[in-house]
Structures are given as C-alpha cells and as structure tokens.
Design a protein around this ligand. Structure first.
Ligand code: APR
Length: 311
C-alpha cells in the first residue's frame, strides 16, 4: 500500500485522512503538535474500517519518524488569523510551521511529493519549494480544484443539472482575485455563457470568488474543510494512479503565462511525477487582465514572505 502523511490533524487534515481511508487509496499517517489528538482521531477512523471493509491503516502521531517513506506529504498545519494579528503576522507564523513541517518530513521521505494546503497557499507552496530545494514537479499547491468545484456546485444549484455534466475552470491565486474562466466552462459542452443569463452567471462568479468567506461567515469558528480536503485527495489519487489528470493547481511558474518565480493556479497535468506539465490556455483581453490582477496580488504576498523569511 502507498503511504500518505498529513501534517496537521485539524479539520482539513483529519477529513483528508477520512476520505483517503474510505477510498483505500493509501495508508495514512496523521501528525500534529497536539498530543493525543491525532492518535485519537486515527484510532477512531481505524475502528470504522471493519464496517466498510477497508484495510487502510491510519495512525496518529506527534513524531516525524512515523512519516518515514511516505509517497505523498500533505501539509495542512497552520493557524487561522486571530484578532489583532496582521496578515504579515499570520504569514510569518504559518511560514515557520510549514517550513518546519516540510523540512522534517523531507528528512524521512526524500522521494515524497508535497501537496500544500496551508494558507496563504500559493505563498506557502513557494516557501516549501524554496526551503526543500525540490524541483517544482514535487511541490504542488491545492486550490484550483476547490475553487472550480465551488463554481460547479453553484452552477448545479442554479441549473438543476448533474455536477457530472458541469465543467468549470478557476485559475489564479486562491483569493478574491481568482480567475473563473467562464468562456472555457460548460454544461455538457454548451458554454456557460450560452446556457445561463449574464446576471445569473455573474452572480455565480462572484459567489465563487467569495466561496471561502461564505463558509467562514457561516461556521464562525473556522474555515472550510470538506471540499478543500476532497480536492487534495483528488490530487493525491491522480499522482498515485499516474492518471495524467488536468486540473488547476498552484505551481511554480517558469515562464508559462509570462510569469516567473511565483506559485500560481494554472492547469497542470498530475501524474506519477507530480506536476508533470503546465497546460496553457489562450486568453482573451478580459481574461488576461483578470489573470494579471490576480498574479499581482499573489506576487505581493510572495514579496512579503521574502521580507520575513530567509530561504
Ligand atoms: N506542526 C504540526 N501541526 C501543527 C503545527 C505544527 N507546528 N502547528 C499547528 N498545527 C496543527 C494544529 O494543532 C491543528 O490541529 O494544524 C492543525 C490545523 O487545523 P485547523 O485549525 O482545524 O485548521 P484547518 O481548518 O484544518 O485548516 C488548516 O488549511 O485550508 C487551509 O486555511 C486553512 O491554513 C489553514 C489550513
């Protein structure tokens, strides 16, 4: 069985473990700084396996040695912004947490592929690549699958059509400036712009951009975790099964789309090698403008990180 270690056994990490275990995709190690919690959640999950007839092993730990020889490392460890904390404070705190998680796991799993979820995730993925000095193929940020899934869910709600018929592509940074590509999105091949009236489509695009905030406002004590964790499970599955799945993910830009030295959400091919290839769309002027605006905002966070951390 393949092995996936998840760093951070909070809502996102534990739910990712749950989805993975249920699919018998890999044995799972859940690691957290909190003592007992990852052990308790893992034991509980393990005890569910006989009921669904799956032989997935799930263990919880506080010791990085238990992550040894993982095929994939998923990083969800971090904290949410607390009252009085600036964005830079959050950036620094999460950079310390993610940097340590990346280096500790790399020590025990030198061949692993990293999937980063901790926010601000484009920048945390950049940090992970810079610190580990791994090739970009092996450090991938989650986000595009989640943002696209949110848009697909909203289109399904509006149209009453199966989510399976709905294809949406959201690129760019994982923030309000994200880039929902309505021209490339479709229902059973029919462009969204033809299927839906302009005002309805605009409302869906706006709701997608604010999708994360909508959940935070409802939950009040945390952020979304079911869809984010499922998105990273799809990434892990594509890698483990060498599917060559094209999905939007945050990846290190090396000249594609005119961008360099930053993580950004673009369509990539996921397979056994990790992020195997960037796929380039041809943009019209509006799309290009949205893309550039989002890139500028992500670049700003990268620059802030460079002021706080030395790689
Ligand atoms: N090492 C390991 N785990 C840590 C560390 C650390 N240094 N610091 C914090 N953690 C753990 C916390 O103990 C907690 O269990 O990370 C976990 C984070 O879980 P939650 O607070 O439940 O947050 P969650 O909703 O899972 O989100 C985690 O993913 O989607 C992003 O924006 C989200 O950045 C956030 C991250």
């Amino acid at each position: 069985m393949k092995k996936i270690s998840i760093i951070g056994a909070g809502n996102t990490g534990a739910t990712a473990a749950h989805w993975l275990a249920e699919r018998e995709l890999a044995d799972v190690v859940l690691l957290d700084v909190v003592e007992g919690m990852p052990q308790g959640k893992s034991l509980d999950m393990l005890e569910a396996m006989p009921i669904i007839g799956k032989d997935t092993h799930v263990i919880g730990t506080n010791d990085y040695a238990d992550t040894k020889n993982s095929d994939i490392i998923i990083i969800t460890a971090g904290i949410a912004r607390k009252p009085g904390m600036s964005r830079d404070d959050l950036l620094k705190t999460n950079a310390d947490i993610v940097g340590k998680a990346a280096m500790e796991t790399l020590k025990h799993s030198p061949n692993a592929i990293f999937i980063v979820l901790t926010n601000p995730l484009d920048t945390m993925a950049y940090l992970t690549m810079k610190m580990t000095k791994l090739p970009r193929e092996r450090v991938i940020g989650q986000a595009g699958i989640l943002d696209s899934a949110r848009m697909r869910a909203f289109v399904a709600m509006e149209t009453g059509v199966s989510v399976e018929n709905i294809n949406c592509y959201v690129l760019g940074g994982h923030g309000d400036e994200m880039v929902p590509l309505t021209r490339h999105s479709n229902i059973a091949g029919i462009p969204l712009k033809e299927y839906l009236p302009a005002d309805k489509l605009e409302a869906i695009v706006n709701r997608t951009r604010k999708g994360g905030g909508e959940i935070v406002n409802l939950l009040k004590t945390g952020s979304a975790y079911y869809a984010p964790s499922m998105a990273c499970v799809q990434m892990a599955e594509a890698i483990l099964k060498d599917k060559k799945l094209i999905v939007p993910c945050a990846t290190m830009m090396q000249g594609e789309y005119g961008l360099n030295d930053m993580y950004f959400g673009v369509p990539v091919v996921l397979g056994a090698g990790g992020m195997e290839r960037v796929v380039e769309y041809k943009f019209d002027a509006d799309e290009k403008a949205m893309f550039e605006k989002s890139a500028a905002s992500v670049k700003e966070t990268h620059e802030a990180l460079k002021g706080l951390v030395t790689f």
